[in-house]
Design a binder for this molecule. Structure first.
Ligand SMILES: NC(=O)c1ccc[n+]([C@@H]2O[C@H](COP(=O)([O-])OP(=O)(O)OC[C@H]3O[C@@H](n4cnc5c(N)ncnc54)[C@H](O)[C@@H]3O)[C@@H](O)[C@H]2O)c1
Length: 275
């Protein structure tokens, strides 16, 4: 059976669960081979089992300085090419601004800005060489970068000054690379999610946490805030991870070849905040 993404090779970060896993499933379901990177090796195994032999797991803490380049090297070693990069790995470390620590700020900048920066810088020679080869041989093939941001980054969100600043910085990176890489036919776009049902947005009372080094960072949001947030969505409920992945997938297919340097809001119409 032929798929829309047959012959394509993708890297998806944070593919162990949530939106990243759903994205890997969708990309592989349309024929792409998918290199799945996540800090959580056990969760990654579960993802790769869903990919019908098209997935590879790379268990790594992407905030380690060498890790993003290792993911790219592994992809090229195994598949000889790289066509799609989805920068999705992330978490939240919320707090009210006047009590926010330097560590909270730098952790968010690390995972949401520095990691995508390093991954794309490592991917640059691979993407650029392929584009130059295509041009020399008279082919026009579009490659794809999708950076996952948030409406917290585009509209602000109480308790998320660190996260919003980092996600907003990722928009600046997206738009700049769109200008630099447009001539190479590398589409660079971002997706800004609103409320998606994952462990990041689960009820805080469920006790979810992100383990990073010695730290255990509590995840989730208070039940009352969850209810208010859902009520503010014109579609009436949060997105499923699969619905969120749909927004990323659109930007990975040939049907978005002329969509470039954009931030696609996938939020069920939610428009609270300052745009
Ligand atoms: N859930 C939402 O409502 C929402 C809204 C806006 C944006 N987002 C963004 O979507 C992306 C995916 O989030 P999700 O909701 O699916 O969360 P999730 O917790 O379900 O999945 C995120 C994955 O990223 C991985 N990860 C985090 N830090 C890592 C690191 N240092 N190295 C390797 N892997 C790491 C985690 O292990 C996890 O498997 C994030 O960037 C998040 O900020 C989510």
């Amino acid at each position: 059976m032929s798929g829309l993404l047959d012959g394509r090779v993708a890297v998806v970060t944070g593919a162990g669960r949530g939106i990243g896993r759903a994205t890997a499933v969708l990309l592989a379901g349309h024929g792409a081979r998918v290199v799945c990177a996540d800090i959580d090796g056990e969760a990654l195994k579960g993802t790769v089992e869903l990919l019908d032999g098209l997935g590879t797991a790379v268990a790594t803490d992407l905030t380690e300085p060498a890790a993003p380049a290792e993911v790219v090297a592994r992809t090229v070693d195994e598949h000889g090419q790289l066509d799609i990069v989805v920068n999705n790995a992330g978490y939240t470390w919320d707090g009210i601004f006047h009590k926010m620590s330097d560590e909270q700020l730098s952790a968010m900048l690390d995972i949401h800005l520095v990691v995508p920066f390093r991954l794309l810088r490592a991917a640059a020679p691979v993407l650029r060489e392929a584009a130059k080869r295509d041009a020399a041989e008279g082919r026009e093939i579009f490659r794809k970068v999708v950076n996952v941001t948030s409406i917290a980054g585009t509209m602000g969100n109480v308790g998320q000054a660190n996260y919003a600043a980092a996600k907003s910085a990722l928009v600046g990176l997206t738009k700049t690379l769109a200008k630099e890489w447009g001539p190479l036919k590398i589409n660079v776009n971002a997706v800004a999610f609103g409320f998606v049902e994952t462990r990041l947005t689960a009820d805080a009372d469920e006790g979810g946490a992100f383990a990073h080094g010695d730290r255990r960072i509590p995840l989730g949001i208070p039940g009352a805030v969850r209810e208010r947030a859902a009520a503010g969505i014109p579609l009436g409920r949060p997105a499923t991870p699969a619905e969120a992945a749909g927004g990323i997938f659109l930007l990975c297919t040939p049907w978005s070849n002329f969509v470039h340097g954009q931030v696609l809001t996938v939020a069920g119409g939610q428009a609270e905040g300052m745009s």
